[in-house]
Design a protein around this ligand. Structure first.
Ligand SMILES: [Zn+2]
Length: 185
C-alpha cells in the first residue's frame, strides 16, 4: 500500500511508501491520522526477544514544508483515460488503454490546444470518424464535459491501488464535473 501524506491543512502532498511514512512517525512529524486502514511494520528485536512494531495509518497529515501543487498536473494518456473511466466520450463504450486515443475536441490543426479541457478519451474508430472536425461538425456530441482535474482528482489519477478509505477521502473533494454521467444516453 501507499500512504497518502497530507499537509497540516489536510491537502494531499504525495503518495509515499510505508517506510517513508515510518520515518515521519519516528521523527514525530505526524500531526494526525485520517485513514481507517492500518499497515503494521515490523522492526528490530529487543533483548527480551520482542519484535518492535509500528502501526501506520493509510492517510497521515504532517507538519513541515507545504508543496504548492495547484495547477501542476501532467496531461498524459494514462491520466486522461483514467479521468474518463476508459470510456470513449463519443460512443460511450469502455475500452482497454491500448484501444484508446487522445482526441482534441477542437482539432489541433484548427488551433485547438492540448489541454485538459480540450481533450477527450476516444476509441480509435470514433477518433478516425471525427477526423479534423469539431463534435458539432461531425454530429458527434460529447457524452461528458472534459475538465481539468483538481488536486484531489490528481492524486486519484496518480495511484492505481487506492484503498477504500483513501478513495472516500479523495472523492469527497472531487469536483462536481467528475460525477459525470453520459449526457445523451
Ligand atoms: Zn468510440
Amino acid at each position: 500500500m501507499l500512504v497518502l501524506r497530507l499537509n497540516k491543512a489536510g491537502m494531499p502532498q504525495e503518495w509515499i511508501h510505508p517506510e517513508s511514512a515510518a520515518k515521519l512517525y519516528c521523527q514525530n512529524k505526524v500531526l494526525f491520522e485520517l485513514g481507517e486502514s492500518d499497515c503494521v511494520l515490523h522492526g528490530g528485536w529487543n533483548r527480551q526477544g520482542k519484535q518492535s512494531t509500528l502501526t501506520l495509518s493509510s492517510i497521515i497529515a504532517c507538519d513541515g514544508k507545504v508543496a504548492d501543487l495547484t495547477g501542476k498536473i501532467a496531461l498524459n494518456n494514462r491520466f486522461l483515460f483514467r479521468r474518463d473511466n476508459h470510456i470513449c466520450l463519443y460512443c460511450g463504450n469502455q475500452f482497454s488503454p491500448s484501444q484508446l486515443t487522445r482526441d482534441h475536441i477542437t482539432p489541433r490543426s484548427r488551433g485547438g490546444r492540448d489541454c485538459w479541457t480540450n481533450v477527450a478519451t476516444a476509441c480509435a474508430r470514433c477518433n478516425h470518424a471525427k477526423g479534423a472536425r469539431t463534435p458539432e461538425e461531425a454530429s458527434m456530441p460529447l457524452l461528458a464535459v472534459p475538465f481539468k482535474p483538481n488536486i484531489y482528482e490528481r492524486f486519484y489519477l496518480m495511484n492505481r491501488r487506492i484503498l477504500a478509505d483513501q478513495m472516500a477521502f479523495l472523492s469527497s473533494h472531487f469536483s462536481q464535473q467528475r460525477q459525470w454521467l453520459p449526457l445523451n444516453r
